[in-house]
Design a protein around this ligand. Sequence first.
Ligand SMILES: C[S@@+](CC[C@H](N)C(=O)[O-])C[C@H]1O[C@@H](n2cnc3c(N)ncnc32)[C@H](O)[C@@H]1O
Length: 227
Amino acid sequence: MVSVVTSLTLQAAGAACVALANWPRGRRRAWSRFRPWDLLKARSISRRLSDGDSVLDVGCGTGHMLAQLALFKDIQPQGVEIALLPDRFHDIPMTTYDGRSLPFADGSFDATLVCYVLHHLEPPAAAALFAEIVRVTRRRIFLIEDSLPAFGALYRLRNRLHRIEAGLRYRDASGDYALPPDEAMFKTHTEWSAWLGRQPRVTSVAVESFADVAQHDHHTLFDVTLA
Ligand SMILES: C[S@@+](CC[C@H](N)C(=O)[O-])C[C@H]1O[C@@H](n2cnc3c(N)ncnc32)[C@H](O)[C@@H]1O
């Protein structure tokens, strides 16, 4: 009994020391703005980058993925979007474009991310945007998509609902949406690998499921190497 009380007292005293040593904290922890599973995804991608790499994120949203990569690697980030969001990361350089022609010279970036964007586009618009991504990228493309080895019935329904929503939100930038909504750009691991393998300069495609680290099973990384 005495040893339990002593142990608890020592633990409480130690915790009080740590709390006092850390108070007041002038700045927030860098990672506290992010969700754990997004950090784990960024950690996985960052292992494939080198310090000093220039990295473009196409359809970057708030720019959170670039901000997270910058926690792990000393990258030169650049975001591009069809519209800038008010809650974006203001320390990430970001520009707008028409959703078709990337406003960068050939081979401007070591690596390009495109995360959860291509499934919003009609197939011809997706292929055209991917060709633009290849044009501005020197080495590596990281595609993150809603993809599984096979889609079950609930996922097939969800894909079509998501497609209708995307049609309403991104129609101007993303090509003409077919009705009824199809699942053309919701591909399985095998289908994405085959699609990517047919694109210009692509020499290899490695697939890493984020099922173990992401919030839901469908988050999948396709690591594309260019010639
Ligand atoms: C689901 S959000 C993903 C945002 C961000 N990539 C992320 O991982 O959080 C889809 C994004 O695609 C963008 N988008 C839609 N059509 C696009 C296009 N043609 N080119 C680039 N981005 C596009 C939207 O503005 C939106 O920010």
